[in-house]
Design a binder for this molecule. Structure first.
Ligand SMILES: [Zn+2]
Length: 329
């Protein structure tokens, strides 16, 4: 048995976001042994972000040693365009890097085998192996937060297309409507992301809100402006999901990201709006993500174990023997 296949080993999992980084030590069963959070210093340039990632990896490695566990590899997920086969972070508007050989840079800095991945694709893989998409070969995982992005599983395989697949947020659903960050108008992301819902409500009501949670609370109290903004977002999401159903025919659509915290307030009308748009299509199940905001970090952990198993000193496949949904990252 390889040295690091025993019970006293772990991987370091890190989910790097535009504002914060969530790190964890995960054992073979994907159980969190320790967690650590830090802010992302993105305004100081991408070198500062890479340094901060390096320090967080070192802190987590130190924490592992402190509890008597050997860290054997690291998995890191980042936003933007990520080319998994070459292990390069191709581009991130938020983090400011271009064509960065991130895995190699972090391996050099830490001495650990490192595998990088795309945050939403990794979250989709986690939902597929451990969460709401488990048991399905054709699945669409949609993360609705500040932006909207999707991970696609087609006949059991993730569809990557050099990192460009899954940009569902930039499907045009309302031609000529709100300006999107990508430069176009009427993209799904500009109408139905958590940020867009809050911005559109503020523009239409004249009242600033903290975020989409506040709009959801107003919808629950039947505020007429909030209800119209919410319904418009739901219809836009249904339009995009129906296009995906026509082209990709997923068996299940898993809705994750911050907006999925709205639960039935989002999922129930979305299910009805999607159903109305389908005829001869395969009708996907529409469900809420099971792993919540842990999905990205767990996906990073799966990448970490892949890196460990690809290491010449290792060789054992990942064994998922426990449901991590009960754990707390
Ligand atoms: Zn766009």
């Amino acid at each position: 048995m390889p040295e690091h296949a025993g019970s006293r080993t772990c991987v370091i999992a890190l989910d790097v976001g535009g504002t914060s980084m969530k790190g964890a030590l995960l054992d073979r069963t994907m159980r969190p042994l320790a967690t650590l959070r830090s802010s992302t210093p993105r305004r100081q340039g991408h070198e500062a972000t890479v340094d901060a990632i390096t320090w967080l990896l070192r802190d987590l490695a130190g924490a592992a040693v402190g509890i008597g566990v050997e860290p054997v590899a690291a998995g890191i997920v980042v936003p933007g365009i990520v080319d998994e086969p070459t292990q390069r972070a191709v581009h991130s508007v938020n983090l400011g890097w271009y064509d960065l050989p991130l895995a190699a840079v972090l391996t050099d800095a830490t001495g650990l085998p490192v595998r990088i991945g795309h945050d939403v694709r990794a979250g989709g893989t986690a939902e597929s192996r451990l969460g709401a998409a488990r048991g399905f070969d054709d699945a669409l995982f949609v993360a609705i937060g500040t932006g909207i992005s999707a991970a696609l599983l087609v006949e059991g395989r993730p569809l990557r297309a050099c990192g460009y697949a899954g940009e569902i947020g930039h499907l045009t659903v309302a031609p000529g409507a709100e300006q999107c960050a990508c430069g176009m108008r009427g993209c799904l992301e500009a109408v139905a992301s958590a940020r867009a819902i809050a911005a559109v409500y503020a523009a239409r009501s004249g009242h600033e809100v903290e975020g989409a949670e506040e709009v959801a609370a107003l919808v629950a109290r039947a505020d007429p402006v909030a209800c119209r903004v919410w319904e418009r977002a739901v219809e836009a999401l249904a339009e995009a999901f129906a296009a995906c159903a026509a082209v990709l025919a997923p068996e299940v659509i898993v809705v994750g990201g911050g907006l999925s915290q709205a639960g039935g307030l989002l999922i129930d009308p979305l299910r009805i709006a999607l159903d109305r748009r389908l005829s001869c299509h395969r009708r996907p199940k529409l469900v809420r993500a099971a792993l919540g905001e842990q999905a990205g970090c767990l996906g990073a952990g799966l990448l970490g174990w892949e890196a460990a198993d690809a290491d010449p000193a290792a060789g054992r496949p990942v064994e998922l023997v426990a449901d991590p949904a009960g754990g707390a990252l």
